[in-house]
Design a protein around this ligand. Structure first.
Ligand code: NAP
Length: 336
C-alpha cells in the first residue's frame, strides 16, 4: 500500500520532507500540499510532487479524501491547530518539533489524542534515528558500562543568524538534547539548572552564549550540556555517558582523515543538516511503515509534552539562576 500524504508548510524542512516522501523513500507519495503562501506551495508542488493538489487551507488538506496521513512542517505556533484538526479527522500525523509552542498546548493535544483511544501523532525528534545515538543506546541497554551515572554533552553551532535571539538556545537548540538524552537513559528529568558562561565576543544582539544546562533525572543521573552557538569552528555534537563500569561516547560522524597545511586531523562538519541528514530518512521511512500498520513507534505526544515542560523549566532556570523542578504529572497508561 502507498501512504498518501498531505504536507502543511512548504518551507525549508517541508521541501526536504516532500522530496523524501515523494520519491526517495518506499511506500509513500505526496498527494497534497498547503502553505500560508499559496505561490510557494504551487511552486514546490510543481518542482517536487507534480500533480499534488494545492489546498488553500490546512483544514482543507486534512479533510481531503486523497490524504491518508498528514505531515506538519509549518512554523511552530501553527502546529497545535493542525495536529488537533488531524486528530479530529482521525488521521495519523507527523508533526515537526515543537509539538506546540507551550506546555499547555501540548497537554491539550495529549488529552485530544487519548480521547480518541488511538495513537495518531508522532513528533519530529529525529536524533533518536541517528545511527550514532542508536549505537550508544545499545551500549547502555546491553549493560556494558553498567548503570549510567553522569552524562557530559555539548551542542555547538559555528554561528547563528541575527534572528536567533532570547532563549532559542533552549527552545530551538537544546530541545533536541532534551528529547534524545531522556530516551538514551530511559529516565525522566526532575530538575533543571543553568550556569551562565563568560559571553563570547561573537554573540550578537546580547545573546547569552555559551552556558551549561544541568538536568537531574528521577534515578539521580546528572546531565550537563554546554550550549555554545557561536563556537566558530563547526557543528559539534558531543555526548559521553559515564557508567559504573566504563564510559561510552557518541561516535563522531564519518569523515576522511586529512594531512594538510601542517595539520593531521579530521574535518568538522559546519552544517547541522549534513550531521543528521540520514536520520531524517530513517525517521520518515519508519514513520511510513508504522503508519501503514496503524502504529506510532517514534516520539509520542507525551514525549512532545515532556520536552515542552522541560524546556519551560530550563528557560525559567536560566532567567532566575535557581534550580527549577520539572513536573509533568504521572505518565498516563496510554503512553506506557
Ligand atoms: P520555514 O522555512 O519558515 O517554513 C515554514 C513554512 O510554513 C513557511 O513557508 C511558512 O510561511 C509556512 N507557514 C507558516 N504558518 C503557516 C500556516 N498557518 N499554514 C500553512 N503554512 C504556514 O521553517 P522550517 O525551517 O521549515 O521549520 C518548520 C518547522 O520545522 C519548525 O517547527 C521547525 O522548528 C521545524 N524544524 C525541525 C528540524 C529538525 O531538525 N527536526 C529542522 C528544521 C526545522 P511564512 O514563511 O510566510 O511564515
Amino acid at each position: 500500500m502507498t501512504l498518501r500524504i498531505g504536507v502543511i508548510g512548504t518551507g525549508a524542512i517541508g521541501q526536504e520532507h516532500i522530496a523524501r516522501l515523494n520519491g526517495k523513500l518506499a511506500g509513500s507519495s505526496v498527494t497534497a500540499v498547503n502553505d500560508i503562501n499559496p505561490e510557494s506551495a504551487e511552486a514546490v508542488a510543481e518542482r517536487l510532487c507534480p500533480g499534488a493538489k494545492v489546498h488553500a487551507t490546512g483544514q482543507g488538506l486534512i479533510d481531503d479524501p486523497q490524504v491518508d496521513a498528514v505531515v506538519v512542517t509549518s512554523w511552530g505556533p501553527s502546529h497545535e491547530e493542525f495536529v488537533l484538526a488531524s486528530i479530529a479527522a482521525g488521521k495519523p500525523v507527523f508533526c515537526e518539533k515543537p509539538l506546540a509552542t507551550t506546555a499547555e498546548a501540548c497537554k491539550r493535544i495529549v488529552n485530544a489524542e487519548m480521547a480518541t483511544g488511538r495513537h495518531l501523532v508522532q513528533v519530529g525528534f529525529m536524533r533518536r534515528y541517528d545511527a550514532g545515538y542508536r549505537l550508544l543506546k545499545e551500549v547502555v541497554t546491553s549493560g556494558q558500562i553498567g548503570e549510567p551515572l553522569m552524562l557530559h554533552c555539548a551542542h555547538r553551532n559555528p554561528t547563528v543568524p541575527a534572528h536567533y535571539v532570547g532563549e532559542m538556545g533552549i527552545t530551538d537548540t537544546f530541545i533536541h538534547e532534551i528529547d534524545v538524552l531522556r530516551w538514551l537513559v530511559d529516565d525522566d528529568y526532575v530538575s533543571a539548572q543553568v550556569i551562565q558562561g563568560k559571553r563570547t565576543r561573537h554573540a550578537l544582539n546580547g545573546l547569552d552564549d555559551p552556558y551549561i544546562v544541568v538536568l537531574k533525572t528521577k534515578t539521580g543521573i546528572v546531565i550537563d550540556t554546554e550550549i555554545f552557538v557561536n563556537c566558530q569552528f563547526g557543528y559539534d555534537i558531543q555526548c559521553q555517558i559515564v557508567g559504573e563500569d566504563g564510559t561510552a561516547n557518541l561516535p563522531e560522524p564519518a569523515t576522511v582523515p586529512l594531512r594538510k597545511a601542517s595539520v593531521a586531523g579530521r574535518p568538522i562538519l559546519m552544517d547541522w543538516k549534513l550531521r543528521f541528514i540520514d536520520s531524517y530518512d530513517v525517521e520518515l521511512q519508519e514513520w511510513v511503515h508504522a503508519t501503514v500498520e496503524g502504529k506510532v513507534t517514534g516520539p509520542t505526544v507525551w514525549d512532545g509534552y515532556f520536552a515542552a515542560v522541560t524546556s519551560d523549566a530550563c528557560v525559567e532556570a536560566k532567567r532566575s539562576g535557581a534550580i527549577v523542578s520539572i513536573d509533568t504529572g504521572t505518565k498516563p497508561d496510554f503512553y506506557r
